[in-house]
Design a protein. Structure first.
Ligand SMILES: NC(=O)C1=CN([C@@H]2O[C@H](COP(=O)(O)OP(=O)(O)OC[C@H]3O[C@@H](n4cnc5c(N)ncnc54)[C@H](O)[C@@H]3O)[C@@H](O)[C@H]2O)C=CC1
Ligand SMILES: CC/C=C\CC(=O)/C=C/C=C\C=C\C=C\[C@@H](O)[C@@H](O)C/C=C\CCC(=O)O
Length: 305
């Protein structure tokens, strides 16, 4: 028998157990919580054509969702759409070419997605780059794209607008929790994703949008993004520090995209999670306990007399 938790006060014990068996409930501590059923839900993933975005698309399709793929790379995106049609059928995935740093592009594809699928339940703001030379572009994509994608998602998902609620997962990085010397701008954008997303999760709870907003912070992952670390064109004056990141990967390893996709699914499905930061390293995954208030950080008093 499941330990009756807050949800189960309203459900019979039998239905509780059947929900647990169906994977629609999870036991944690003194209670059980509802897990989002992904069947026939509509998801949007940016940066979907390759790497982590593609792994998020595939795990959502495997769990019965329909997925709108957004990526600036039209050729790779269309190739992936054809591959997914073969594997899942022609009505489960759709590709939309768009640049998340363009309001016109991004807003336009969101409208096309709602027109085609009729609803949006899940949004993953994943698109990101490394470019310390053209740092304004990095900020526009890594942070601006996440802000824009979060606002557009809320416009279509929040209950006060007639939306169905749902969940937004913003992809930051472990560089959103601590500085990466080889990439200070990238570090800044990822810290921004963490801070913005936690603040928006608090807003959503206070205003009752019915939308959960969570953050995923992966360690190094084997994708084409890592090749930019070996490119002076992308790391600029910090290129000499690339040995530091190589040491980090030698010390702690490198993740496969499938492991990160499983962590992503936890943030999507667990309806008790809002404003949560989930980090994943080769050693495993863990929810990060960040102070709610700035004053809660460990600190050392200083006399100003
Ligand atoms: N690979 C890694 O070690 C880690 C990656 N991340 C983050 O995960 C996310 C995905 O990264 P990866 O899959 O590794 O990179 P990737 O380079 O393999 O894939 C990124 C995708 O985003 C697309 N994209 C780039 N700029 C875009 C734009 N302006 N509009 C729309 N799409 C755009 C690219 O075309 C590409 O398909 C990024 O936000 C990255 O910062 C976080 C931690 C570790
Ligand atoms: C430039 C971005 C490269 C790839 C994408 C990405 O986001 C990778 C992030 C991977 C790890 C980031 C870790 C950041 C850790 C911070 O806390 C640093 O301050 C850690 C400093 C030293 C760690 C040394 C070690 O662990 O061996």
């Amino acid at each position: 028998m499941s330990k009756l938790g807050p949800i189960c006060h309203f459900l019979s014990p039998v239905s509780c157990d059947s929900l647990v068996l169906q994977g629609l409930m999870c036991e944690r501590g003194a209670g059980v919580w509802l897990m989002m059923d992904l069947k026939d839900k509509v998801a949007v993933v940016t940066g979907a054509a390759q790497g982590l975005g593609r792994s998020f698309v595939e795990i959502l399709l495997k769990n019965g969702s329909k997925v709108a793929l957004i990526d600036v790379n039209k050729s790779v995106g269309n190739e992936l759409k054809a591959t997914l049609d073969e594997e899942y059928g022609r009505d489960r995935a759709e590709f939309y070419a768009a640049d998340v740093s363009s309001e016109e592009d991004f807003k336009g594809v969101f409208e096309k997605i709602v027109e085609k699928f009729g609803r949006i339940d899940i949004v993953c703001n994943n698109a990101g780059i490394i470019n310390e030379k053209h740092w304004e572009k990095t900020i526009a994509i890594n942070l601006g794209g996440v802000v824009r994608g979060t606002y557009l998602a809320l416009e279509h998902m929040k209950k006060e607008n007639g939306g169905n609620g749902g969940v937004i997962v913003n992809i930051a990085s472990m560089a959103g929790l601590g500085p990466l010397p080889v990439a200070p701008i990238y570090t800044a954008t990822k810290h921004g994703v963490v801070g913005f997303s936690r603040a928006m999760a608090a807003v959503s709870k206070m205003v009752d949008y019915g939308v959960r907003i969570n953050i995923l912070c992966p360690w190094f992952v084997k994708t084409s993004l890592l090749s930019f670390l070996n490119s002076e064109e992308h790391t600029g004056i910090f290129f000499p520090l690339k040995g530091f990141t190589e040491m980090m990967m030698e010390n702690h390893g490198c993740l496969e995209v499938d492991a990160v996709a499983k962590a992503f699914l936890v943030l999507v499905k667990d309806e008790s999670k809002n404003g949560e930061v989930l980090m994943i390293e080769p050693e495993g995954a863990a929810f990060v306990s960040l102070p709610q208030w700035g004053k809660d950080f460990p600190s050392t008093p200083v006399s100003l007399q």
